[in-house]
Write a protein that binds this ligand. Sequence first.
Ligand code: ZN
Length: 284
Amino acid sequence: MRLVNLEGRLGLDVAGRFVDLEQASQGRIGSDPMAAFAAWSEIRRIASEQTVEGAGRPILPPHLGPPVPRPSQVFAIGLNYRDHAEEAGLPIPAQPMVFTKFPSCLAGPCAEVPLTSDRVDWEVEQVVVIGRETHRVRASNAWDHVAGLCVGQDVSDRALQFADKPPQFSLGKSASAFGPLGPALVSLDEIADRDDLKLHCWIDGESVQDSSTRNLIFGVPDLIVHLSRYCVLRPGDLIFTGTPGGVGSVRNPRRYLKVGETIESEIEGIGRLSNRCVEEVAGA
Ligand code: ZN
């Protein structure tokens, strides 16, 4: 099933049409997209009964918000593809390199991204959504703790990230709308090969990243084992699993996002985000 957040309401995407889950459950399921995790088995039952003919209005992607709008934690992993570590001139990590994107950076699949400097960069990523409380799991059980997958963009202001030594990842990757997520939370049964998903990023139609999640250094089970050894993961928590090679800041010449450019981010079987870069508006 494909769970979406349409104008703040939890629903299913059934062949591009919206099924409102509060209505479909006669009010048993809340309208808040965060209600999905407590109601997972009922949502599964409702999803299994849906037909395209019975579904509601067409889903317009610009009306979608992030499918998980308020996770308690957002983990992100640096240097988790060999080609990205190499292009950055850094050694392959011996254990996952973990930082956070503060949850207020999450944005919808078509949200505009205000550029906070002239050194803002793109990073397409697979995002794992945790389905149940997870503490100290084994690798063999780790996928059982995953509700599904999303496409994510780990937008990164390199000026802020590398303003000083040591670099500070979290704030530079957490400006408003620096975490586009979606277009849906896709449950694992919809995904043909969860360990080998093609991911791709284009800037104004030009291909800049093209890889597969089979190239992850630390795969999803490894990441869940590592994170849950220290932290209790909760339903709805997100893991941005890292970006492959092809980011702008290590190109020759360097390339950064410009106002008016569109970042498109896609993962096979999950969908595509399309986020236009806009000028940052001065504060009040
Ligand atoms: Zn990243």
